[in-house]
Design a protein around this ligand. Sequence first.
Ligand code: HEC
Length: 314
Amino acid sequence: MKTVASYFRIIGFLFVAFVLIELIVDSGGQMAVIKYPLISVLFGIILLLYIAFEVCIAALKNVLFRGLSPEAQERYLAAEEKRKANQFAGLKRFYKKMLGSKPIEKEHEIILDHNYDGIKELDNNLPPWWIYGFYATIVFAAVYLARYHIFDGTTQAEEYEIEVAEARAAIEEYKRTAKDLVDVNTVVVLTDAADISAGKAVFQTNCVACHKTDGGGGIGPNLTDEYWILGGGIKNIFRTISEGGRDGKGMISWKQDLKPVEMAQVASFILTLQGTTPAEPKAAEGEIWVDPDAPKEDNPQIEEATDSIQVTIN
Ligand code: HEC
């Protein structure tokens, strides 16, 4: 007893299951089935179970039908027939109403006097579906007029601007989360405690042999003072770590061993050492580094720095 309805039920059931799973399983922007391929197996099992259920119901009906007396069978079939004929009766009525055409036997009521060589013209009403569509356009026009011409809705140009701004924000957001995208041009000082302690860990593993645990310097220069051989500030420090120091001095390029984000972290950590007093500080090497991008009011700092040169010289 396979019926068309049972196929529809299976498809409908599967659809509901699909929507439910997509709603329940949190899979971010992706579809759950794509993110977790196991879910498709689950679907397969659900489908099989449901088909089995349909088959059981059909078999049960069949058995019950055969158990009936011939007259009862007859009555049952007749009732089924009637039910089928009445299926979608409401829909059919609605369709007829929307068509609004006169039945053929009543056409004489609307026939016009025109007679073109035997071809006659009917004066049918406009079909209701068309008229309702027309009313809908009037309502739409009124809403549109009010929204865009009276209440200043966003124009297409403004919509474009808004979307571009959103896209920019999304790119910024992406860059912030994808820290590994940093390079010497985009690196900024990281201030998160997590980043600093990650940087410290990198420093302890790779750098202390030459720069000492407290950055006081040994083979490598003192990293706690404001004197820099290769330039201070996050960008220069990042570049030194990434590309290495001057040839033959011992500071190798770390970009093969450290990820960009690790270099940014350790560079930020080094900046936190500024001004600390290491146990055995190595004498200053290089020049006092002044950030060329710093705003003008930073000038007092330069004076302070000059003072401290005198202090060290004395
Ligand atoms: C083998 C020893 C050695 C190791 C290991 C080492 N460095 Fe260096 N480092 C040096 C030397 C030597 C210099 C000076 C380079 C120059 O004069 O060109 C230097 C310079 C630097 C500078 C620039 C200092 C300045 O005054 O401009 C920074 C920043 C730096 N190192 C950071 C690190 C970091 C971070 C690590 C670990 C990932 C590290 N170093 C590992 C030896 C080392």
